[in-house]
Design a protein around this ligand. Sequence first.
Ligand SMILES: Cc1cc2nc3c(=O)[nH]c(=O)nc-3n(C[C@H](O)[C@H](O)[C@H](O)COP(=O)(O)O)c2cc1C
Length: 370
Amino acid sequence: MPNFDVLFSAYRLNALDLPNRVVMAPMSRYVSPGGVPTAEVAAYYRRRAEHGVGLIITEGTGVGRPAALNDPNMPQFHGEAALTGWKRVVDEVHAAGGRIAPQLTHVGQKRSSETPDWTAPAPYESPSGLSMTGEQVGQPMSEADIADTIDAFARAAADAERLGFDGVELLGNHNYLINQFFWDQLNLRTDRYGGATLVERSRFAVEILKAIRSAVTPGLPVILRLSQWKPKDVHARIVETPQALEQWLGVLAEAGADAFHFSQMKFWEPAFPEVDAELNLAGWAKKVSGATAISVGAVGLSDDVNASFAGENARSAPLDGLIARLERGEFDLVAVGRALLQDPAWLEKVRQGRIDQIADFTPAAFATLS
Ligand SMILES: Cc1cc2nc3c(=O)[nH]c(=O)nc-3n(C[C@H](O)[C@H](O)[C@H](O)COP(=O)(O)O)c2cc1C
């Protein structure tokens, strides 16, 4: 049986002790009617905790702005009913010995693929009122909108800590609101939230991180999820060089991010192949920032999430390559999406060497909450 010791070694993330290196990746499930997580949602997360997942990151959950979400069945993270629902989730996960952090979300101008015709109770918000493809579809956010949104993220983080969550993650990836501020073709602002450089366009994220840091205790882990994707182009890069990455992550770490969770389709793909044939994006994040780095992307599977969204099966795949990277210290933690969506006992099976009992991933799993 392969040696998985590194995967099951402890790790300290800020003041949070994790029993192993496996994080459940955030995955929207669209099963929280009216924005309130149900008992079934609590049981779904509890099962992952029971089977030993080190840290669960929840599906995206909306901060307190009227258009933070683009789907009526995504959970909110404000208001008494939703927070009571989340309290049950935290308590169940803790009762099973797990740890959990919400993924704090504002979708910006990005429409849901689940319910494209549904509209939020207020106009969708974005840095410059542009759609993902660059058409003018609304007004740029005012400075007051921006200030209230920053405050909404901080309030959500404070609520998360009050409810007993073990950390928070910010959705700064995949072209959602925080990410829209990073991109030069979506953020044309001429005030202090825009600018010619990525560092200048990071001010919105920086202010959110600082506001969160003032609202929570210093030991609470704050994870920032990022990606390289451009709207409609998963192969594009927001930073072209390791030096640019270093500058970018430097300001974000200084503002209060403890960890960078770099979304990738396949964890084995090098981020800057012209510089290093191996190192992935999380690896580079760790190297240039020294912060905790979380990798992700087809762990335990033969193909990436887009293939699964297109209806294809993904075969269960060996973990040797992942283990080698963890042993080299390339990154610290690894997030697992579909494998844990389909099988709550995935990690336990790995630990017990019951790899033969791990099924291939089939897209039918998207429709269940098992
Ligand atoms: C059903 C589904 C929903 C997802 N929802 C989110 C989300 O809410 N926030 C997010 O940052 N990523 C989301 N993702 C991306 C995953 O977090 C992860 O990066 C991706 O699935 C790759 O990991 P995997 O190959 O292990 O599945 C979602 C993925 C899936 C399959």
